[in-house]
Design a protein around this ligand. Sequence first.
Ligand code: DGY
Length: 323
Amino acid sequence: MAKPKVLVTRRWPEAVEAVLSERFDVTLNPADVPLDQAALGRALAAHDAILPTVSDRLPAELFVPGSLRARFIGNFGVGYNHIDVAAARAKGITVTNTPGVLTDCTADIAMTLLLMAARRAGEGERELRSGNWTGWRPTHMIGARVTGKTLGIIGFGRIGRAMAKRCRFGFDIDVVFYNRSTVDPAEAARLGARQLATVDEVLGISDFVSLHCPGGGENTHLIDRRRLSLMRRSAFLINTARGDVVDEAALVDVLQRGGIRGAGLDVYENEPRVPAALAAMDNVVLLPHLGSATEETRVAMGMKVVENASAFFAGQVPPDRVA
Ligand code: DGY
C-alpha cells in the first residue's frame, strides 16, 4: 500500500525527520523557508497530511471545498490558534497538537524572563558588552527583589502549574491564579497556589503577572488597556503564552507612561515583527519565541507528531486530537 503523502512545513530535528521519512512519503523543507498562504493551500490540495508550526497560518479560507486532499494536520506545538480548527473539522480534517512535552521548558523561559526583567539582566549585559560599565557602586542598576513577592498566574494548566511550583518552592513567592474552571483547592495548595475569582483580582495584587492561557478566541486581548491599568506600577508582565493575549499597542503605551515597571516577552502579536517601541525600552526583556527551544523538547514535540500521524493513518484516534 502506498505510504501517506506528508508535507512538513519547516525544518524539524534530524532524528524526527528520519522517522518521518521511514513511515511516510514525506516532503521536507531543508531550506526552512516559510510557506506563504498560496503554498499552504497547494500543500493541502496535494498531500494527505501537513505538519505545520506556529509560523504557518491556516485560516478558514485555506480549507476550500473540492480542492482538499489533506485529512490530517499534525501541529508541531501545543498552541494551535494559528489554525482555524473549526473550519478544518467542518471539512473532516483531524487536527492534533503536542501537549505535555514542553511544559517544563516553557515554564523555565517564563522564570528566565521574570528574573531578567526584575534584576535588569538584559540591560546589564548590554551595558557591559558595550563597554559602558564603570564599576560597582551602591546605586547601580537597582532592580526588584523576587523572593517573597506575589505572582499572579493567568491560566492554571500544565505550564501555569509548573511556573507556580518554580516560584513557590524555589523563590518563596506567594502564588495566586485565575483559571476559567475551578481547580481543586487541595491540588492548588499542593502547588502552593490559591485560585481567585477574576483576572482583575489577580492583576490588582500581583508583583509579577505571568500569562499561561491559550491564545485566540475569547483570550484575544484578554490583557487590554483597562486590565493593564489595574496592575501595580511596580509590577512586571511576563508573556510566554501567545502574543494576541496582550493588546501590544496598549502595553507599549502603558510601559512608556510608567504604568507598570517592566515586561518580559517571548511572544508577540505579529511574529516575527516586534514593535520598535518595545525594543527601545530597557525595562523590557525580549526573547524570540524560545519557550520550547531545547534539544530534548523539540525532539519530543516532533515524536509526538509522529505518534499522532501514525495513529491517524493506522485508523486509530490520535492521542492528542484537538479537532
Ligand atoms: C507551542 O508549542 O505552542 C509553542 O509556542 C510553539 O508553537
